[in-house]
Design a protein around this ligand. Sequence first.
Ligand SMILES: Nc1nc2c(ncn2[C@@H]2O[C@H](COP(=O)(O)OP(=O)(O)OP(=O)(O)O)[C@@H](O)[C@H]2O)c(=O)[nH]1
Ligand SMILES: [Mg+2]
Length: 438
Amino acid sequence: MPRNAYEVVTDIEERAVLVGIDRPRADGWTLEDDLAELTRLVDTAGATVVGVITQRLDRPNPRTFIGTGKAEEVETLARAERATVVIFDDDLTPSQQANLEGLFPDIRVIDRTQLILDIFALHAESHEGKLQVELARLEYVLPRLRGMWGHLEAERLGGGRGARFGAGESQLETDRRLTRRRIADLRKELKHVARARETQRAARGGSGVFRIALVGYTNAGKSTLLNALTGAGVLAQDQLFATLDATTRRLDLPDGRAVTLTDTVGFINKLPHGLVEAFKSTLDEVREADLLLHVVDASHPNRDSQMGAVKVVLEEIQAASRPQLVVYNKADLLPTLERERLAQSPGAVVVAAAEREGLDTLLDRIATIAAQTDVPITVTIPYDRGELVRLAHEQGHILSEEHLAEGTRLTVVASEAVRGRLSEFLPPVERTPAEWEL
Ligand SMILES: Nc1nc2c(ncn2[C@@H]2O[C@H](COP(=O)(O)OP(=O)(O)OP(=O)(O)O)[C@@H](O)[C@H]2O)c(=O)[nH]1
Ligand SMILES: [Mg+2]
């Protein structure tokens, strides 16, 4: 069977050897954290970790990433453990990957990014999700295509002898051309598919309904929280990247206001850039939300680093400036003292979504935040336009009401849509000096 980067890692019973590099880090993650997370990813992909090799290294070897001696050690361990795949925690360049596969040709060599792409491929359900994943995978594969002459190409890329291989080159060029064409087609189709959802989203945005997006590290409990708050019934399980598709549900707040709540794909440390790009349209929901609920697995030993990683992704998708409420979840797994300490932190609430604990406090906080964004308007509605007074009563929140000679004077907090209907009865705008100059 030809070995290529399209293969899903779980096609056969995979036995994996992990390779991690111990190097100076500034982001709060340790080698052990990284390897524990990589093990979780391997688990989620349905494979088994049969060995781990680490190396202290300040700078990766440009040819083989790890040193040559270390590569031999990897091979020895992999053979002893009958491993089918070697997984590097760090990104390999296409030539490093090719060179390593050249060293042990019957064992696949992949990196963390490819493993994450494989998991996404396994979990993609919707048509759009599948297209997004295929796009990300092909973008990843394109520079790694080696055609049927992979070993020769590998040597060339690795700076070995030889420059061009006639037949191999042309086969490779065909593969590349086909892949590029498929990428272009996928982009086009994705645009088309995204348009329908775009229209719904625009309608929700235009209606002035307050929009909330759940964001957070993968497995933090976002889907569990959506289910607990809205009875959405989406998949929630102890797996990384269980959710890929965005789901939006209506949520009724204690003050009677209806808002929308959207659950979407989780983030991870070093989330492959290609995936962020491919999921752009899904993540628009996050970028345009009025409030982000940042769901955190408060019981996770890497809680703070995970929060940092979420911040990095939010920055990457230009959503870091959205208003945020931190939701420390899985409080049932915390010692009481820690729970109380977290509850004191400003801009945060503590819940246990799976136990339905703390949800009332959370809803009150959301209601308060949503209400802060309201700007009341005062309108005087003539008595022959009673339907607008009714509209204000039904869909707005009336702060005061007076019956004057010229009509009903209302001060009301309402959605943009309702404000629009009432706007013709706003008092004439008092213009500021700056506006006079225009
Ligand atoms: N103990 C405990 N477990 C919880 C709680 N909330 C969620 N979980 C568990 O955490 C795991 C992940 O929950 P999900 O809701 O799927 O997490 P997610 O953030 O949607 O994860 P992805 O979609 O994979 O990114 C599941 O096994 C849940 O049962 C909680 O309050 N307490
Ligand atoms: Mg989920």
